[in-house]
Design a protein around this ligand. Structure first.
Ligand SMILES: Nc1ncnc2c1ncn2[C@@H]1O[C@H](COP(=O)(O)OP(=O)(O)O)[C@@H](O)[C@H]1O
Ligand SMILES: [Mg+2]
Length: 231
């Protein structure tokens, strides 16, 4: 098991009232799982990913990732933990516009102890993995949307994370590019043995998961399906 949440709840205090964004969410993820998280807009999907990464403070419940207790960790420990274990892929690719593809991929290595040429080689390997080595010197604006998302995926992998959190990674792509990106994520999941949690509102994309989680108003709508463990 790589990830476990126990009775996870998140209430946002808003001036218009309290929002119960997550309510007693419990599930387990095994190493190598490809988890898809679906649910209507506002059902708590993004809140769940942000909570798992320790980017927002949850109200109650526990999160364990690789044996690390996320909900009680200090900000400093959390930041180290994210750096070592988590890669993010967002709907809007969040590339730096004035850096080339390879520079964008190298960016998370800025504080690593690797030598400059080691960073370069590592980033180049990942651009190869996502099929973009011949675009390494292109700026984001010189790449198509699908290529930009590939760069973002390579960047998410550069710290060798054990877990990738992807929030609607195909939300800004047309259907055929979406399929490319989903196949790429599947390949990374299989070949690099990286566990993936992917939020999506596309039923087609959700089919890529071996474990399917559905949220409804902050609650698990079903027992997660398709798992090989005891749930
Ligand atoms: N920072 C916030 N403050 C107050 N309410 C929020 C905040 N972020 C999200 N919410 C509310 O929490 C609920 C879940 O939001 P979110 O996790 O973004 O849903 P999803 O990603 O499934 O669309 C929504 O009702 C949303 O309006
Ligand atoms: Mg969202």
């Amino acid at each position: 098991m790589i990830l476990k949440t126990t009775n996870l709840s998140k209430k946002y205090q808003h001036k218009d009232g309290v929002v119960n964004a997550l309510n007693n969410v419990s599930f387990e993820v095994n190493e190598g799982d490809f988890v898809t998280i679906t649910g209507a807009s506002g059902s708590g999907k993004t809140t769940l990913l942000l909570s798992l990464a320790g980017l927002i403070k949850t109200t109650s419940g526990q999160i364990q990732i690789n044996g690390f207790e996320v909900t009680t960790a200090s900000d400093r420990k959390l930041s180290d933990f994210r750096m070592m274990h988590i890669g993010f892929v967002m709907q809007s690719f969040a590339l730096i516009p004035y850096l080339t593809a390879i520079e964008n991929v190298m960016l998370p290595l800025a504080i690593s102890k690797l030598k400059k040429n080691q960073k370069y080689e590592k980033a180049l390997d990942l651009l190869k993995l996502v099929g973009l080595e011949n675009r390494k010197n292109h700026l984001p604006q010189e790449l198509s949307a699908g290529q930009q998302q590939r760069v973002a995926i390579a960047r998410a992998l550069v710290n060798s994370p054990s877990l990738i959190l992807a929030d609607e990674p195909t939300g800004n792509l047309d259907p055929s590019l979406s399929t490319d990106i989903l196949n790429l994520l599947k390949k990374i999941n299989r070949e690099e043995k990286i566990t993936i949690l992917m939020v999506t509102h596309s039923p087609l994309a959700a089919e890529f998961g071996n474990l399917k989680i559905k949220l409804s108003e902050g609650e698990l709508e079903n027992e997660p399906k398709g798992h090989n463990n005891k749930i």
